[in-house]
Design a protein around this ligand. Structure first.
Ligand code: AMP
Ligand code: MG
Length: 518
């Protein structure tokens, strides 16, 4: 590995003068130097071919014994300068104060052959000053989920942080999986996450909350220069353009989530990337039997703040917290209000684009918004599988609409009997709408198949891979990763990955319910 490190974050921004991992409040600094905790018996379980290639690594580099040592946190490469970032955040609507990287350690910023910057970050590499009451470790199950899902999201075309590799640490980590007083040891693991920047809304909220306006300004200037170098101008105009771009990127990201049926599960402001990347894969899930009120996160089961259908509103609320944190940079709040409006406009436009693409229309007209809303109501009433339904809709013959293509998408016979007549009536209206649309059938189908994935990493698919990995066999991870490389293409022999959730998974932990931090 002959990487060029250019560690701008630690070079250009103030760091914590204190050292060591003891838990503390860190004022006037945006990071603390830390070293990953050595792991006893690391084993490389999986890596992303695309991410490795992007970073200039070949298969021999990944297979070399030094690779697993670096990504287990047992060795540093020359030029690495590990640190944990300091940030705060609003959790479930309330200001939570300082949070920081409690179990993430950035190793350094690599500049690739194309001049692009990638921060390499180990998640689960041991305690930091921000570990608060926890241990800085991660268990295998949550690491498999983050590793596979972030690469799957990339292939689905959803903006996301990436993952280079997954390492089993050989160490046991004790977790009370359901917070019910039954802690048990589980295998530990580390994911190497990769992104141009891991800055979050919460990175800016903390200096704002502490009234440290000099630090806030330094961080904003740094973020614009490093992460948004295409933005020109100066002063308030530049800050306004930057905020507007964050708003627009956030709208794009959330619209993609809604298109593919992804529920983040814990959209706290410390989990909102300034680059509009899906960040911090925890208790996420995929909508199966369609329900806008569904959340996979048991910690949020009561208030359902982060339910599927609410994500666009939550993102807007989070952007308002970000705007508030940036308010000292502006003499007048108008540019921030304009940015928030940009979010609304960009989301509405992206949502209309989703409608056109998911339904296979050349363009989305006003009445199509209503047509889609009715369809979602039907999917909900009929408990239809979101992914299977839209994929099947592309195979529906508008000249002879029939329920046949949707056979595999129903979860419940009684609800099917009730909903099917309304679905047929909807299909007739849809067919009439298609008759007035200029797209030829082949082009329509191609458009739909590029927007409606055939495969998504459903929680129970991940859980099957996890069960095998916990028994020492990581091949389930490899197969799932392979399938998720081409999520829009039917892959012969991989039908088992494009099924509706089997009955056993309906109540199985990890498949239907997940808790916040593991
Ligand atoms: P999350 O909900 O995973 O984004 O985590 C919220 C906060 O808790 C962040 O500051 C994390 O770094 C911290 N955290 C979560 N899990 C752990 C852990 N096992 N050890 C230390 N800190 C953690
Ligand atoms: Mg987080």
């Amino acid at each position: 590995m002959q990487w060029q490190f250019d560690n701008r974050f630690v070079r250009e921004l103030p760091g914590d003068p204190d050292s060591g991992p003891h838990v503390r409040q860190v004022h006037g600094a945006l990071w603390s130097a830390v070293t990953p905790t050595p792991m006893p018996a690391p084993r490389l379980l999986a890596h992303s071919r695309e991410m490795a290639e992007r970073l200039g690594l070949d298969e021999a580099d990944v297979a070399a014994p030094g690779f697993v040592q670096v990504f287990a946190g047992n060795a540093l490469l020359p030029g690495m300068a590990p640190f944990a970032a300091n940030y705060g955040g609003h959790q479930f609507g309330a200001w939570a104060g300082q949070l920081g990287d409690g179990r993430a350690i950035t190793l350094g910023e690599v500049v690739d052959a194309q001049g692009e910057r990638w921060e390499l970050q180990l998640k689960g590499a041991g305690a930091t000053p921000y570990s608060r009451f926890a241990d800085g470790r991660a268990v295998l199950r949550s690491s498999v989920r983050e590793f596979v899902c972030s690469e799957a999201m990339h292939h689905l075309g959803v903006p996301t942080t990436r993952a280079l590799c997954l390492v089993a640490t050989g160490e046991e980590v004790v977790r009370d999986m359901f917070y019910d007083g039954h802690p048990a040891p589980e295998p530990g693991a580390i994911v190497c996450r990769v992104a141009p920047s891991f800055l979050r809304f919460g990175s800016f909220e903390l200096p704002y909350a502490r009234g440290d306006l000099a630090l806030l300004r330094r961080l904003a200037d740094f973020c614009i220069r490093r992460d948004f170098p295409w933005l020109q101008g100066e002063g308030e105009r530049l800050y306004a353009d930057w905020f507007a771009e964050v708003c627009e990127r956030t709208a794009t990201m959330v619209a993609h989530w809604m298109r593919v049926g992804f529920v983040h599960g814990v959209m706290n402001t410390d989990n909102m990337s300034v680059l509009g990347l899906t960040l911090d894969y925890g208790p996420f899930g995929w909508v199966e039997d369609f329900d806008p009120d569904w959340t996979p996160n048991t910690t949020d089961a009561h208030g359902r703040r982060y339910r599927f259908g609410w994500q666009p509103q939550v993102a807007q609320w989070n952007l308002a917290r970000f705007a508030q944190a940036l308010s000292p940079l502006f003499a007048d709040p108008a540019p921030l209000q304009a940015g928030l409006q940009r979010y609304v406009d960009a989301f509405v436009a992206a949502d209309r684009d989703n409608i056109a693409r998911k339904l296979g229309l050349a363009e989305c007209r006003d009445e199509d918004v209503a047509l889609m809303r009715e369809l979602y109501g039907l999917l909900h009433a009929g408990a239809l599988d979101m992914t299977l339904f839209f994929r099947a809709l592309g195979r529906c013959d508008p000249l002879a609409p029939s329920p046949a293509p949707f056979e595999a998408a129903w979860y419940d016979e009684a609800r099917r009997r009730e909903a099917e007549p309304a679905l047929l009536a909807w299909l007739a209206r849809y067919a009439a709408r298609l008759a007035g649309d200029p797209l030829a059938p082949a082009a329509r189908r191609a458009r739909m198949e590029a927007a409606n994935p055939c495969y998504v990493p459903r929680n129970w698919l991940l859980q099957e891979a996890i069960d095998r990995a916990e028994q020492g066999d990581p091949s389930g991870i490899h197969v799932l990763l392979e399938v998720m490389r081409r999520p829009y293409q039917e892959q012969p022999g991989r039908e088992a990955y494009a099924r509706r959730r089997p009955e056993w998974a309906r109540t199985r932990p990890g498949c239907s319910m997940l808790s916040c931090s593991s």
